[in-house]
Design a protein around this ligand. Structure first.
Ligand SMILES: Cc1cc2nc3c(=O)[nH]c(=O)nc-3n(C[C@H](O)[C@H](O)[C@H](O)COP(=O)(O)O)c2cc1C
Length: 169
C-alpha cells in the first residue's frame, strides 16, 4: 500500500478476528513507530507489547473506552521519557508522531488498530503504571489496540477548506 493510500484509508478498528499477529509483524510496527521524527532526534519513547489477556482485561477497569481490548490479540503501550528530552515538553508530540506511524504501518500491513488515550488522564496513567510496572520517570502515553480487522470502515474525506488560511488568518 502506498503512503497516500494508507493515510486516506486508515480508520480506527475496534473489532478483530482471533488471528494472532506474528512477532515479525509486531517488530515491523515498532520499527515504523521508532522511525518517527522527534524534537532534537531524542527519540524519548518506550513501547510495551502486551498480549496477556489478564492484563488487557484489567485496563477496562480504569479506561471507559477500551472495551475492544478484551477481543484484541495485542496492544502496544507507547510511553514517553521526559528525562531524555533536549527540548522541554516535546515528548507527547514525539510520542504522537510515533503512534501515528504505528497506526499507518498497521493499516498498511492489513491490520486494524485504534489509539486509546492514556495521557493526560491521571487515573489512566496511574492504572497503566501499576499494571505494567512502568518506572516513575516514564509516562504511559497511549495504548494501541491491534488485531486483524473484523469490521470494515469506509474512508472519510475530512478536508475542510474553512480550516485553511493563506498567508494570513
Ligand atoms: C488522542 C486520541 C485519543 C483517542 N482515544 C480513544 C479511546 O480512548 N478509545 C477509542 O475507542 N478511540 C479513541 N481514539 C480514536 C478516535 O475516536 C478516532 O480516531 C476518531 O473517532 C476518528 O476516527 P478514525 O480513526 O476512524 O478516522 C482516540 C484518538 C486519538 C487521536
Amino acid at each position: 500500500m502506498d503512503t497516500m493510500n494508507a493515510i486516506f484509508t486508515r480508520r480506527s478498528i475496534r473489532k478483530y478476528t482471533g488471528q494472532p499477529v506474528s512477532d515479525e509483524l509486531i517488530q515491523t510496527l515498532l520499527r515504523a513507530a521508532m522511525a518517527a521524527p522527534s524534537a532534537g532526534n531524542q527519540q524519548p519513547w518506550h513501547f510495551v507489547v502486551v498480549a496477556d489477556h489478564d492484563i488487557m482485561d484489567k485496563v477496562t477497569e480504569f479506561h471507559p473506552h477500551a472495551g475492544m481490548l478484551t477481543e484484541a490479540p495485542l496492544a502496544i503501550l507507547a510511553c514517553g521519557d521526559p528525562t531524555v528530552e533536549k527540548f522541554e515538553g516535546r515528548w507527547p508530540l514525539d510520542c504522537s508522531a510515533a503512534t501515528e506511524n504505528l497506526l499507518l504501518a498497521a493499516h498498511a500491513k492489513g491490520l486494524g488498530a485504534v489509539w486509546l488515550a492514556i495521557y493526560p488522564v491521571p487515573e489512566r496513567i496511574a492504572g497503566m503504571r501499576d499494571l505494567l510496572g512502568i518506572p516513575e520517570q516514564v509516562v504511559p502515553f497511549c495504548l494501541v489496540s491491534i488485531g486483524y480487522p473484523a469490521e470494515e470502515k469506509k474512508p472519510e474525506d475530512r478536508f475542510n477548506p474553512e480550516r485553511v488560511h493563506n498567508n494570513k488568518w
